[in-house]
Design a protein around this ligand. Sequence first.
Ligand SMILES: Nc1ncnc2c1ncn2[C@@H]1O[C@H](COP(=O)(O)OP(=O)(O)O)[C@@H](O)[C@H]1O
Ligand SMILES: [Mg+2]
Length: 238
Amino acid sequence: MKNILEVSDLKVSYGAIQAIKGLNFHVAEGEMVALIGANGAGKTTTLKTLGGLLSPASGQITFDGKAHAAIKSHDLIREGLALVPEGRGIFPKLTVVENLEMGAFSRTDGKAAIEADIERMFGIFPRLKERAFQLAGTMSGGEQQMLAISRALMGKPKLLLLDEPSMGLAPIIVQKIFETIREVVKGGVTLLLVEQNAKLALQTCQRAYVIDGGKIALEGQAQDLLHNEQVQKAYLGE
Ligand SMILES: Nc1ncnc2c1ncn2[C@@H]1O[C@H](COP(=O)(O)OP(=O)(O)O)[C@@H](O)[C@H]1O
Ligand SMILES: [Mg+2]
């Protein structure tokens, strides 16, 4: 499989603070890859950079064969790259349906196709269908996370970037959301998953990178990392 994403020697700073210090990783088409690491390791900074919200200080990002730097940030969704940010980033004053329509803003395949996809999202998350005309900001955290993922999928992404989808959610809701994420990926989306919940991420993905202090500290098959003593001690609480 070809790589949909290649990151080489990426450096990202906030003013004088260098948060990402030379990151190298890749994601192949159809893969589920996890980026795990402690609080402050640089996971969100990496995803924000991929989502066009931050500019790299140096390094190369290639997305779907194109130089990421050559794609304007507002064109990234059209090109097939969707970010579900930490804290979800839905529009709280809009209804569920309106949020889903916003997710499809870059599409040119017409109203009927978009409506069919909204129905498809309701099939994946029946809870959203029940709340179709509710204001998004009044829903529970789990429902908002379902909406954030659905809204990203409405843009028909090739690569979905998820930042801490489990954050602040009850374990049973997290299980439900992760089951759905696995189904969505089987349906043909590539996933880069950022999680502080390392166990869940390693159980979900095929491959993973451990980020520490803005650099990749370890990488491998998720199954191998689950059984790696260093990973168990530092990230799995075992
Ligand atoms: N807006 C910001 N301004 C300055 N430093 C920041 C900002 N956002 C994050 N950082 C710093 O960058 C580093 C990486 O943060 P972040 O990418 O949010 O980590 P993670 O998502 O892995 O918890 C941390 O040291 C953090 O304090
Ligand atoms: Mg973060």
